[in-house]
Write a protein that binds this ligand. Structure first.
Ligand code: SF4
Length: 302
């Protein structure tokens, strides 16, 4: 969170506080990894005591974009690839709000790739969850930026000729101050990582492996997975950029060889966030620009 404290009592009673009447089964397919993201997010919000009115969830377009239909908080379902600029504006004007942006690999690494790079570079204080199922799901399985080389789809029937994008490495090199990968099949780790990401001051990028059994049938289910922070086979210092970079490179290569590595890869608690830097040089007021969420008389309505 930012230097500003959020409003509200911060004490939701349980996960029902984030559960609207609309059920995700209405649109998400059975076995979809998106359910795991929703579960982890509810668990993290509950653990941190964030009430729905303290949170803003900005989503892009795709199956993942429906997340804010199933998570009760303030929400903004943006256009394709544009969750990050909306989230940035919201955080700048309401520094006390817990801002989360979310979208798929096609939405965030493809359509919105430029925003991803520059939001990381500027270290905006937010959590960015990318549902990475290595295809475009909602539009029926087209090749995405993270599809492995050789992956066959309707748009690449002979197999993709391109090397996939490496999102962890890209994020690190662009300037993100927290970078992690988790998987929908690992709900405990996923929740812990989202808790850390939401507590982190700066851009926290969580690449969330989410299986798509409907359109990516040949792809892995992301099991078994290995937590690189808990395994004796992997040793690196996640506060050291070079060691983190090497570990990310190994992880991203391993995924396309069928080995699923997850964990926290890079954590830099020393770098100020965009808002902190702007306030330090006097380009942003100390007080929030928007008062609405800080007005006790404002009544939260579902
Ligand atoms: Fe999930 Fe794939 Fe179904 Fe979309 S199409 S809801 S990503 S399983």
């Amino acid at each position: 969170m930012s230097a500003f404290s959020a409003i509200g009592d911060g004490q939701p009673t349980d996960q029902d506080d984030y559960t609207p009447e609309l059920e995700p089964q209405a649109t998400w397919c059975p076995g979809c990894g998106d359910f795991g993201v929703l579960k982890a997010l509810k668990g993290a919000a509950e653990e941190l005591g964030r009430s729905p009115e303290e949170m803003l969830l900005c989503t892009g377009i795709g199956c993942s974009g429906k997340l804010n239909s199933y998570f009760d908080s303030y929400g903004f379902h943006t256009i394709h690839g544009r969750s990050l600029p909306v989230a940035r504006a919201a955080k700048v004007t309401n520094p006390g709000v817990e801002v989360i942006a979310a979208g798929g690999d096609g939405d965030g690494y493809g359509i919105g790739g430029n925003h991803f790079m520059h939001t990381a570079r500027e270290n905006h204080d937010m959590t960015y969850i990318v549902f990475n199922n290595e295809i475009f799901g909602l539009t029926k399985g087209q090749t995405s930026p993270t599809s492995p080389k050789g992956h066959k789809s309707k748009t690449q029937p002979s197999g993709s000729a391109k090397e996939p994008l490496r999102p962890l490495s890209l994020s690190l090199n662009a300037g993100a101050s927290y970078v992690a990968r988790t998987a929908a099949v690992n709900p405990n780790q996923a929740k812990e990582i989202l808790v850390e990401a939401m507590e982190h001051d700066g851009f926290a990028h969580v690449d969330f492996l989410t299986q798509c059994p409907t359109w990516n049938k040949d792809a892995k289910q992301y099991v078994p997975y290995i937590d690189v922070n808990d395994s004796d086979d992997y040793e690196f210092d996640k506060t050291d950029r070079r060691e983190a970079s090497d570990m990310m490179a190994e992880t991203e290569t391993a995924l396309h060889e069928g080995k699923v590595l997850t964990g926290r890869y890079y954590v830099d608690d020393s770098r100020p966030s965009y808002g902190q830097e702007k306030r330090a040089i006097g380009e942003m007021p100390e007080e929030p620009l928007a008062e609405r969420y800080f007005d006790d008389s404002y009544e939260w309505e579902r």
